[in-house]
Design a protein around this ligand. Structure first.
Ligand code: FAD
Length: 188
């Protein structure tokens, strides 16, 4: 059983998985490798002096897997919720159980709607529909969270990655029963 299953491996999902796995939570990312970020060039991501989308996604994946995130390429077809746990089914016939799920599916609310998650009209340019979340990133289904583009934040990598991290911190805090902070110290 995973503590957290993240669906979507763009800046949002990769960033969330980095935080949850670094916090010692058993984490799985399932991504279908169709991230829109792979079409982008970033000159506006603070602290990063120009990077291509493919490089950003690849570095993010490396960071998350370094801390123990398992990462698989697959299309998630369905999420079933049963007695407080979530069963994530993929198109190639596999299933994975998680205590929590983070939806980081970018422009797509299809999976969320199939799982009975409430959506709302989009507010950002070119985003038609988003998942309805509270200020912590929780959806109407207990244990299912949403972050990044699909949760309606502005479509910039620094914001989507930041939102993924925010939701991960809230989820870790809930699992730990106290507010969580992840600070490393520079020893230079
Ligand atoms: C041409 C272009 C240029 C851009 N330029 C900039 C820029 O200069 N600066 C900037 O800050 N931002 C830019 N952006 C925006 C930026 O790419 C996005 O804001 C942001 O990265 C989206 O991150 P995300 O993780 O929410 O979505 P995504 O990166 O799209 O990741 C979501 C992932 O979830 C996957 N997924 C969805 N459903 C499923 C499923 N059922 N099963 C498995 N996987 C699934 C998707 O296919 C995708 O791989 C640009 C975007 C485009 C298209």
């Amino acid at each position: 059983m995973y503590d957290v299953i993240v669906i979507g491996g763009g800046p949002t999902g990769g960033s969330a998985a980095l935080l949850t796995s670094k916090a010692g939570k058993k984490t799985l990312v399932i991504d279908n490798e169709k991230s829109i970020t792979k079409k982008a060039w970033m000159d506006n991501h603070y602290g990063v002096d120009g990077i291509s989308g493919p490089d950003m996604v690849e570095v993010g994946k490396k960071q998350a897997t370094k801390f123990g995130t398992e990462w698989i390429a697959a299309e998630v077809s369905e999420i079933q919720t049963d007695n407080g746990k979530h069963i994530v089914l993929t198109e190639d016939g596999k299933s994975f159980e998680g205590k929590h799920v983070i939806l980081a599916t970018g422009m797509s609310v299809q999976l969320a709607e199939k799982a009975g998650i409430t959506t709302a009209p989009g507010t950002e340019p070119r985003v038609n529909k988003i998942i309805d979340v509270d200020k912590n990133g929780k959806t109407n289904v207990k244990g299912i969270w949403a972050a990044g583009t699909v949760a309606g934040v502005s479509m910039h990598t620094i914001i989507t990655a930041g939102d993924g991290a925010k939701v991960a911190i809230n989820l870790i805090s809930e699992l730990n029963g106290e507010r969580y902070v992840d600070h490393d110290i520079f020893k230079g």
